[in-house]
Design a protein around this ligand. Structure first.
Ligand SMILES: C[S@@+](CC[C@H](N)C(=O)[O-])C[C@H]1O[C@@H](n2cnc3c(N)ncnc32)[C@H](O)[C@@H]1O
Length: 325
């Protein structure tokens, strides 16, 4: 860009730059929009050799800057970066060319070209739609979407992972919230959980029973009970404890098996029950004092061997909303 106002003959060089109608047309365009040579040729309806020659003059005189984008060179003019006299000269030239018919045509063709740029992007996605799921995984992996959704959680929340097992969920949650308290009665599970927890200082693992959860009343903003309810002998008692440790308006999230008839599976997995249906969950949550409960089946994943799952949510009694004030 034009840097100095001080050279006495600078005005001659700037006037020379503006003394050609094609260069004026180019400047009008690249002031509005950063453009490549091919796009300028299309808008100006001029051959590449002509456009390139004028672009070189403009770049040498500092009217334009360019940058590489992929294989293309993009040209732009920024008024802010012009020396004051050059800017004044350009503003005059722009005003005087406003009524030129060719400039109006250029302007229309530029608008069409910019619309086509958007269409190019849309065409890419239209063509790639069928391929997108595969391509997305290949290019970027799978975990980023989970991280994006976890980032929706309020970062000051305390979350209980009840029956945390090896802390798969707790360890994934911990970087996104204030504190996670994992509770489990199994020493072996907790040993594996401690290994996984490694450097996560806000993950607090406690040994205890879900029938008497070692967490104070109202200490948590949310509590998870994932693949645990079908192991407990007294689901009612556990859900009541869950409600106790939640603050008013706190959120309970339960994932467990939908009712199934695979007695061999239940025995093999050491479970106490054969899953939970919507009406049963609604009455269990209500009896535990939860309001606004919901239960829905989760879409079964392909190639999994266990029974289908359900997701229940409930809000702990009290006036506060789910989000802290
Ligand atoms: C199938 S694992 C699920 C672990 C974890 N929630 C997950 O999603 O990977 C069930 C866990 O619940 C724990 N558990 C079952 N009944 C419990 C109870 N009454 N009190 C405390 N922990 C219990 C077990 O020790 C086990 O670690």
């Amino acid at each position: 860009m034009i840097k100095s106002d001080l050279q006495p003959d600078a005005i001659l060089s700037w006037m020379d730059g503006l003394s050609d109608p094609t260069r004026l047309r180019i400047l009008r365009l690249v002031e509005r929009q950063e453009l490549g040579v091919a796009e300028l040729c299309e808008v100006l309806q001029l051959p590449q050799s002509t456009v390139s020659r004028h672009l070189k003059v403009l770049a040498d005189q500092g009217w334009t800057v360019n940058r590489r984008h992929g294989t293309a060179n993009l040209y732009a003019m920024s008024l802010d970066e012009l020396a004051t006299p050059a800017r004044r000269l350009w503003l005059l030239a722009r005003e005087q060319t406003e009524a030129w018919a060719t400039c109006r045509q250029d302007s229309l063709r530029l608008e069409r070209r910019l619309t086509e740029r958007q269409d190019d992007a849309q065409r890419f996605f239209a063509g790639a739609a069928g391929e997108w799921d595969r391509l997305r995984g290949e290019l970027y992996g799978q975990s980023f979407a989970r991280h994006a959704m976890l980032a929706l959680l309020p970062s000051d929340w305390t979350v209980a992972d009840l029956g945390c097992g090896t802390a798969t969920l707790a360890a994934e949650l911990a970087p996104h919230v204030g504190r996670v308290i994992g509770v489990d009665q199994s020493g072996a599970m907790l040993r594996a959980a401690r290994k996984r927890a490694g450097g996560l200082e806000n993950l607090d693992l406690r040994r205890g029973s879900l029938e008497a959860i070692p967490i104070q009343d109202g200490e948590c903003d949310a509590a998870l009970l994932v693949l645990v309810l079908s192991y407990v002998a007294e689901p009612r008692a556990v859900l009541k404890e869950m409600a106790r440790i939640l603050r008013p308006g706190g959120k309970a999230i339960i994932v467990d098996l939908l009712p199934h008839d695979r007695e061999d599976f239940r025995r093999q997995m050491g479970q106490a029950s054969m899953g939970f249906g919507e009406p049963e969950m609604a009455s269990l949550l209500r009896e535990a004092g939860f309001t606004r409960s919901t239960t829905r089946p989760l879409p079964p994943e392909p190639n999994v061997k266990g029974p289908a799952l359900m997701l229940s949510t409930g809000t702990a009694p009290g006036n506060a909303s789910v989000n802290k004030p």
